[in-house]
Design a protein around this ligand. Structure first.
Ligand code: ATP
Length: 669
């Protein structure tokens, strides 16, 4: 035994000497040609990944392992492991095997991923297995596809993570107004009959006219957010004696937030005598501006209130002519203005006599979005026009009666209330109301609003509350929403979508893609597929911000009328848009964060209806998506659905034809 060991050792030392010679020869030979040495390898220059040197005389591999510089290539000999002395080499070999596997996987994944099309080649051999469709393994460790094929010395690219929720005391110190760290919770299932909606003293909150309007709209009961918000908002007068409190309201998508602020606005302002701009509603998109204006007009019938919208859908001059009567300073042609922030600031800056000094209500709907994006610093602009400036205003000529100066502004105009000289200077009666399905309580955003004695209301289901852990942000989805996800290899994503449509019978669906371009391409593919498919036909249309307003309106109407089965869009319609016929939402591309997820899925299951949200997840995205759900304590709500590879085979032939046409179509374009 001992002899055998000694003989082995001698053999080893001889080999070592031979290798040393080779090493010296290699040093000499490779010094000027080190680059070439790399290129004859795999091109990566990675340690331990190079192929065999091909030197038959040496039991091992000669590798250029590092390029310190042109004059100093470092070469090492990789020997087969001996008697456990080369544990490090074993690790190297294992690491190399892992890397090779990862490289193969990456190559396969790259073959699946056609960079310009929204789909991958259907003809690619499907590698789906039960495990992959299930995506189960992500729960235990990193997705193998995510194990980086890049050299091990590189740190993995960090994925975004949510910051831990700050404590209430910290939020207070950072400037969150008192009252906001403790929310009032309202059960989403609460309902209040409109007929018996009366004050504690038995007097009705609503006028007969308003009740008539709500009846005409088919409403019999108030939803939770309405029954919670109407009493405090309807208790104040048109010009309250004390300054009214501000409110922040977080309620799920489709829970009726629009009426929760439109009804009090109309009821309060219908008592006005002269027209002043007393309510301003700010919304992030044109679609929402139009939608809310329509709701207001419907509620305001018979009041004489004037409502206008400024969102850039009409020319600037036309909008100006709607807002201010010519030559009359401080006056207004409208009582209620619905606006996008950018256009609003344009008018504040450029429309003569346009003034916000009379505002009684400032409503910020989709507040988190509007507060998170600066939109030309719209909020500070608006704030500086609601409150009178500290210094007196220098006028070219003395103010005239028709200048219609708001009481709160009189002093700065050099005017005093002569009839009541002892009266305190009235502060602005402007009441701020913030609404969203994903409202932020980020102090840095909220502080800019200068809220007065604010209260915070959260409407959520008592049966499955969600997202309360994060004090900074609250997420809730509609009670009747069913949430599902399918995890699949990227190559099979289009076929999984097709399966949802043709086998699961998903119709009246909004499909979300990551970009406008992806939406248009998916529409093209589905149209070609539909033409090749011999079974049931369906109509898919893309809906993008690039379409003309008239075309967008027509497409919306066709979808609402059930003439379009599938409306494919980017996140432009994810917020606020109310299309009651939407039965399903499909996230063809995974939403980037929880907020986007909540707004997308909230296009269905609105106003107490049923609805299903599907999320299609490429295998390598699964871990991240689950992390997003987990961060909002929502992972239990989304059920995983398995789709077997054999179920997709039936579409292969039509899909191949569709892909050929698709490639032809885009090669011509
Ligand atoms: N009390 C009610 N009874 C019946 N339907 C209602 C009631 N209140 C609102 N609705 C309907 O519910 C739907 C959703 O309302 P709304 O658009 O205001 O939701 P939302 O909370 O603003 O949603 P999102 O956060 O997505 O903007 C609308 O079609 C609206 O007409």
């Amino acid at each position: 035994m001992r002899q055998t060991k000694t003989a082995a050792k001698q053999r080893y030392l001889k080999k070592k000497a031979r290798k040393h010679k080779v090493l010296v020869a290699a040093r000499k030979a490779s010094a000027p040609k080190h680059k070439q040495a790399v290129s004859t390898h795999d091109g990566s220059g990675d340690e331990g990944t190079g192929p065999d040197s091909g030197d038959e005389g040496v039991e091992g591999k000669l590798e250029v392992v590092d390029l310190a510089g042109p004059s100093k290539p470092r070469v090492r000999i990789v020997l087969p492991p001996k008697d456990g002395e080369q544990a490090e080499d074993e690790e190297d070999a294992a690491a190399a095997r892992e890397r090779k596997k990862a490289e193969k996987r990456e190559k396969r994944a790259n073959r699946h991923k056609e960079p310009t099309a929204p789909v991958a080649e259907a003809t690619e051999p499907a590698e789906t297995t039960e495990m992959e469709v299930d995506g189960e393994e992500e729960a235990d460790g990193p997705d193998p596809a995510l194990r980086s094929p890049t050299p091990p010395m590189l740190e993995p690219f960090p994925l975004p993570t949510s910051a831990p929720a700050p404590k209430a005391s910290v939020l207070n110190r950072q400037g969150l107004p008192a009252g906001l760290e403790n929310a009032t919770f309202v059960d989403q299932d609460t309902k209040a009959p409109i007929e018996g909606f009366v004050k504690p003293d038995g007097k009705p909150y609503l006028s007969e006219r308003m009740k008539g309007r709500l009846g005409a709209m088919g409403l019999t009961d108030f939803f939770a957010v309405q029954s919670a918000m109407l009493p405090p908002l309807l208790s104040e007068d048109l010009l309250p004696l004390s300054t009214p409190s501000d409110y922040l309201v977080s309620a799920p998508t489709g829970s009726g937030k629009t009426l929760a602020y439109c009804i009090p606005l109309i009821e309060t302002l219908s008592r006005r005598q002269v027209i002043r701009l007393r309510a301003l509603i700010v919304l992030p998109t044109r679609e929402l501006v139009t939608q809310v204006k329509e709701v207001l007009e419907s509620l305001a019938k018979g009041t004489g209130l004037k409502i206008a919208a400024i969102s850039g859908q009409q020319s600037f001059a036309h909008e100006q002519s709607q807002l201010v009567p010519v030559l009359l300073g401080g006056s207004s042609s409208v009582d209620i203005l619905v606006a996008t922030p950018g256009r609003l600031i344009d008018h504040v800056n450029s429309t003569p006599n346009f003034s916000l000094q009379h505002l009684r209500f400032l409503v910020i709907d989709e507040a988190d979005r509007l507060l998170n994006q600066s939109f030309q610093s719209w909020l500070s602009h608006v704030s500086s026009h609601i409150y009178p400036p500290a210094q007196p205003i220098q006028l070219d000529s003395p103010p005239q009666p028709w200048d219609a100066i708001a009481p709160a502004w009189m002093e700065t105009y050099g005017l005093t209330d002569k009839e009541n000289p002892f009266r305190e200077r009235p502060s602005s009666p402007c009441q701020k109301l913030l609404f969203s399905a994903t409202l932020t309580r980020d102090p840095s955003k909220i502080a800019a609003l200068s809220l007065r004695t604010p209260s915070y209301f959260i409407v959520q289901s008592s049966s499955h509350p969600s997202g309360i852990a994060a004090i900074g942000e609250h997420f809730a989805v509609p009670t009747n929403l069913v949430e599902k996800m399918i995890v699949m290899p990227p190559a099979l994503k289009p076929l999984n979508l097709i399966h949802l449509l043709y086998a699961f019978g998903v119709r009246n669906a909004l499909v979300f893609t990551k970009s406008v371009d992806a939406a248009v391409r998916l529409e093209t593919l589905l149209t070609f597929f539909g033409e090749a498919w011999t079974g049931v036909k369906l109509v898919a249309r893309s809906y993008t911000a690039e379409m003309k307003p008239g075309e967008r309106k027509r497409v919306m109407e066709e979808f609402a009328a059930g003439k379009i089965d599938l409306l494919i869009c980017s996140d432009v319609v994810a917020r606020g848009i109310d299309l009651p016929t939407t039965a399903s939402v499909i996230s063809y591309d995974v939403p980037l964060d929880m907020r986007k997820y909540v707004h997308r899925v909230g296009r269905t299951a609105r106003a107490g209806r049923e609805g299903t949200a599907w999320t299609l997840i490429e295998k390598q995205e699964a871990r991240r998506f689950k992390g997003i759900l987990k961060g909002a304590s929502h992972e239990q709500n989304v059920k995983k659905v398995k789709v077997k590879e054999e179920d997709l085979e039936q579409y292969q032939e039509s899909y191949k034809i569709a892909m050929e046409r698709f490639s032809e179509h885009y090669s011509k374009a």
